[in-house]
Design a protein around this ligand. Structure first.
Ligand code: ADP
Ligand code: XUL
Length: 530
């Protein structure tokens, strides 16, 4: 084991987190900055700002991300990190969000004064103050246009891995070019949030990587190049703003910015490895293999599968793989994850996860035939909003008890995941293993429902922040890629641990519920978008 360490970051929806691992990939330091509570001046809720007059527009203040990084670096210093030992840095970030650098910004970025905070020096570097994020769903018009341009949703999915999605960055850029032409004009470069984070460490604008780039409806996932006709729909000179180069996710981009050498004592030889999206980073953090399905329970809930070949799907996404540029990954994203669980916790369980779990555990599996779907914000899969409750005879306005409501929430969320994963071609078999991660994977009662609904054992890792860990592992992989594969580099890690096994009657209970869920969705979702 060499005396070197690696820094991994995750700029997620609600917080910025960092981990330092040693050469054996063991965690030696961790720190985080929570946007709502640590940076209250930005008035975010759950890390985002919902436009009061136009609630489908959801953004986050770009400079808040920068200020969070200043605070995080100070917190890492306080925990005793020896920055001079860090051999490489890599980052993960919420996918799809975008940052608009103003003309002249790269010059400022490459000449930072080490005695000043980043957020003070970059305060005027952005063409718009608010970054559209993945929760936004305001680009319906642009989505229709993108699909029409290439010959329909199927064709767009074939080229970019997904039909048009409102949160995907291409349509977001196209909307900005039309709605704020002046801001678009003064935009020098556009970054994804992951490449933005990388740029802050590199001291120049970092290229977008192929995995996070697959979440834009702009990148051809087969050729790994921007698709010209779609780029043209993003407004004048979009190619210059995005940068022609798109790189594999483990690219070694060069040395760390002098700012960090002077200010924090990093070695001038420390390397910056390109950042990627949080879901690709989670795939790495969980060391996902062919026979496993990863379920991430964070602000959004996601289901991730490893694919050796791309597929064409209309519900869900195919992204380039962050470990092996020849391979792919499948992603299903559910917007109403932890924030919705928190709402029901606050309503039914006095804001306490312990009480929530007592309620969940006190109701039988199958919940006496009650079922519910809760969508606080416009859901992606299925395309629905609002609360939908059912007892065994049909729709109801409310449930008879708090415990029924809690179980209906958790079962409804996991049944949806299984239904969409199956539609995708995923089959539950004897060897199926579920790897759970994200904030709610610390909750055994919730994981038991996951095991029962999928009728498969659920495994967890010691640390539940797989995206952040994935970034740290990628830092080492990026540094040593010429001599070692990702699998070799992560072979030193302990295996995941069994958290819950399904009960023997799980299939009898949940398979009929799965069918019932499909019927409910069929009736609720308008046929044209099913
Ligand atoms: P993100 O990376 O998207 O910001 P995380 O994966 O860190 O999110 O998860 C944050 C969420 O985890 C919080 O919104 C919180 O609701 C949830 N969470 C934390 N602890 C628990 C718990 N014991 N049970 C259920 N959910 C939890
Ligand atoms: C994935 C998605 C979210 C974000 C935030 O498509 O929109 O999972 O990456 O975590």
């Amino acid at each position: 084991m060499e005396d070197r360490s690696f820094l991994g970051l995750d700029l997620s929806t609600q917080q910025l987190k960092a981990v330092v691992v040693n050469d054996n990939l063991e965690i030696i330091h961790q720190a985080s900055v929570h946007f709502d509570s640590d940076l209250p001046e930005f008035r975010t809720q759950g890390g985002v700002v919902i436009d009061k007059t136009s609630p489908r527009c959801i953004t986050a203040p770009t400079i808040m991300f920068v200020k969070a990084l200043d605070m995080l670096m100070d917190r890492l210093t306080v925990t005793g990190v020896d920055f001079s030992k860090i051999a490489a840095v890599s980052g993960s970030a919420q996918q799809h969000g975008s940052v608009y650098w103003q003309k002249g910004a790269e010059k400022i970025l490459s000449n930072l004064n080490p005695s000043e905070f980043l957020h003070l020096q970059l305060a005027t570097s952005f063409a718009i103050n608010q970054s559209p994020v993945w929760m936004d769903s305001s680009t319906t018009k642009q989505c229709q246009h993108f699909e029409k341009l290439v010959g329909g949703p199927q064709k767009l999915a074939e080229i970019t891995g997904s039909r048009a999605y409102e949160r995907f960055t291409g349509t977001q850029i196209a909307k900005l070019a039309i709605s704020k032409p002046d801001a678009f004009k003064i935009t020098e470069r556009i970054s994804l949030i992951s490449s933005f984070l990388t740029s802050l460490f590199l001291g120049k604008i970092a290229p977008i990587d192929i995995s996070d780039g697959s979440g834009m409806n702009l990148l051809n996932i087969n050729t790994k190049k921007w698709e010209k006709v779609l780029l043209e729909a993003c407004g004048p000179n979009a190619i210059d703003k995005l940068g022609e180069e798109v790189v594999p996710s483990n690219t070694n981009l060069g040395k760390i910015s002098n700012y960090y050498v002077e200010r924090y004592g990093f070695s001038p030889e420390c390397r910056i490895i390109t950042g990627t999206g949080d879901n690709p980073a989670s795939l790495m953090g969980m060391r996902l293999q062919d026979d496993c399905v990863a379920v991430s329970l964070g602000t959004s809930d996601t289901v991730i599968l490893w694919l050796n070949e791309p597929k064409v799907v209309l519900d869900g996404h195919i992204l380039c793989n962050p470990v092996n540029p020849e391979a792919y990954m499948a992603l299903l994203c559910f917007k109403n994850g932890s924030r919705t669980r928190e709402r029901i916790r606050d309503k039914c369980a006095e804001g306490s996860w312990d009480i929530f779990n007592q309620l969940l555990d006190s109701t039988p599996r199958g919940n006496f035939g009650n079922m519910a779907l809760y969508y606080d914000v416009q859901e992606i899969l299925p395309f629905l909003q609002g609360d939908h409750r059912y007892n065994k005879s049909g729709p109801v306005n409310k449930f008879t008890s708090l415990e029924v409501e809690v179980r209906a929430l958790v079962e409804g969320q996991f049944i949806a995941k299984r239904a969409y994963a199956e539609d995708f071609g995923f089959k539950v078999g004897k060897n199926t293993k579920i790897l759970a991660t994200g904030g709610a994977s610390n909750n055994k009662s919730i994981l038991q429902v996951l095991a029962d609904v999928f009728n498969a054992p659920v495994y967890v890792q010691e640390a539940s922040d797989s995206a952040m860990l994935g970034a740290a592992y990628q830092a080492k992989h990026g540094l040593l890629q010429d001599s070692s594969t990702f699998t070799e580099i992560t072979a030193c890690l302990p295996p995941s641990e069994l958290a819950c096994a399904p009960f023997s009657d799980a299939a009898d209970i949940y398979e009929p519920m799965l069918e019932r869920y499909r019927m409910i969705i069929k009736n609720l979702v308008p046929t044209e978008i099913q």
